[in-house]
Ligand binder design. Sequence first.
Ligand code: 3PG
Length: 398
Amino acid sequence: FLTIDDFDTEDKTVLVRVDLNSPMDPEGNILDDMRIRSHVATVKELKNAKVVLLAHQSRPGKNDFTTMSPHASKMSKYLGQDIKYIDDIFGTYARQKISSMEKGDVALLENVRFYSEESLERPVSEHEKTHLVRKLAPLFDIYLNDAFSVSHRSHLSIMGFTNVLPSGAGRIMEKEVTSLDLGKSGGGRPSIFVLGGAKVDDSMKVIEHVLSNNDVDRVLVTGLVGNVMLAASGVDIGEENMRFIEKQGYTDQIDRAKTLLDKFNDKIGVPQDLALNDNGKRIEVGVNELATTNHPVNDIGLETIVSYSKEIENAKTVVLNGPAGVSENEEFALGTREIIKAAAKASYSIVGGGHISAEVLNMGVEDSFYHLSTAGGACIDYLAGEKLPGVEILKEVK
Ligand code: 3PG
């Protein structure tokens, strides 16, 4: 695909889709700003242009589905320049602000997922007809997609501008694709995927893909993915934990997990013990003790940590995605940290996903990893050999 090097950006108005989606606490503070920092590289290279950033935060209905205002302040600090937060996406106010920008200015539009058509997975021809594209495109000379980490979704702001405006990849998109292409061949077999975090549907899709194609020898599950697998294997994980799965809309994933366990039983590792959160206190329990608990599972247990770590250390290729538990809470960060330590000892490892990458950086072990991806779902989809719509469409641009 084309990159910044292929465009004359002098005095041009450039629309850049970035991914600033970050873990946030209930007060609206950004807990990890790895993605925000990463995109500064692209913006700095566009100094001679007028740069408008378009991004999302979380998903409708979630507690951290908020405005992009804190992201603009954070990014301004890293950029060393004020980024104007525009409290609108494509209305008159946004368009006036964009039209009055001067060379060197940088602005960030409102959370693009506030607009309902953004998250519809539709063909490009449909996206192009939307009000968002029709109102914004005439104001821009160039569109850059720098949001590799959302490019596994055929969402409006990823797909809708590429045929309408001269389009290419930003620096993060370029770096992710180059590193992961090199990394795809991996360090050889045995190869292990360790999948955790809360995006259960994404993980199930990847497990189906890599095990059916025999691309990976073992998949170890942790986090919410682990709970769903345990429930699928017939373990009673307790009412509270079942309710949580239901609340996240993942009840249907239990049957999907059952099918996977039936087909690939010996290739999927599930936790043998877990850590419960009893009013902030860590309590270790075996899976058989879950049935009677009202406490949420917040981490994998010690025995699981030991057995997973052994497997991981001895693997030739390790891909980590998603934390093993509520890693932002000190009491429940143990599983995630120990898995990171084990993966750092493996010959070759890649880590993806906001929370777990943040932990790698906190621990200062990033140099032991072949690649620290800014992406979660997009990273594992790409490594699993899937074609990402946002990357493919950039390749089609001539
Ligand atoms: C991510 O955090 O992986 C990306 O920003 C995509 O977010 P999504 O899974 O809500 O689409």
